[in-house]
Ligand binder design. Sequence first.
Ligand SMILES: C[S@@+](CC[C@H](N)C(=O)[O-])C[C@H]1O[C@@H](n2cnc3c(N)ncnc32)[C@H](O)[C@@H]1O
Length: 264
Amino acid sequence: MSTAPSARDRSGVVARLRAAGCVFAEDEARLLVASAGTPAELDAMVERRVAGLPLEHVLGWAEFLGLRIAVDPGVFVPRRRTEFLAGQATALAPAGAVVLDLCCGSGALGAALAAAVPGVELHAVDIEAAAAGCARRNLAAAGGQVYLGDLYEPLPAGLRGRVDVLVANAPYVPTESIGLMPPEARLHEPRVALDGGVDGLDVLRRVAAGAPHWLAPGGHLLVETSARQAPSTVEAVAAAGLRPRVVTAPELGATVVIASGPRS
Ligand SMILES: C[S@@+](CC[C@H](N)C(=O)[O-])C[C@H]1O[C@@H](n2cnc3c(N)ncnc32)[C@H](O)[C@@H]1O
């Protein structure tokens, strides 16, 4: 009968991960050993990690603001920097807020808001079936509605003018920079999750243009961008008739544009 992996198995795992170039071999080994039910399962998990699969895809989950978010293969892994966007959105969401998470991926942002703000009415959209399925699982406990489709297109008409907080971590990598991304992202996350077109702002522009139709009076749009793209993101948001400002968390490498909608 197989027994759970032991501390002795762990040192072997650390050595294999180090040899494969994993920078955080000790931390990763601890998580892998804790997740595997048997030495054979551990071996298979380490094999997948050594072959280059993101740790979160091997484990099947990512930590996001202390929450365990399920992340299926082929679904974008929520990044630490996006916790900053979640925190900014939480600060603007009153109890009972209507929250829309566009380009939701695994649903990490919506889940974080639902965990932090009592009584939110949560809606989330993704264009990829794998992401929408994953978000459905992650948001079920919060009663979140997840729609499959292109940005605002699958949303119920009754949501128009009711959204208090609209968050979007849309793809914003310029097409020609995709090749410079680490292989974990480039090879294991879908292109549609990364590629934002020539200047990286194709999807963000459409998010901004649609936002005034869906925001409640006094509602807010929050989008993640990069420091370099912040001026053009501000321009896109202002062109949609919203009032943007930029907030940053340099220690996380995070830049967020927050825009207020019309007051009435
Ligand atoms: C950068 S990932 C972010 C995922 C998630 N918000 C997060 O922070 O972990 C972008 C997501 O946008 C989705 N996406 C790309 N274009 C879209 C579109 N036109 N409509 C809806 N979702 C889209 C991708 O499938 C991907 O899941």
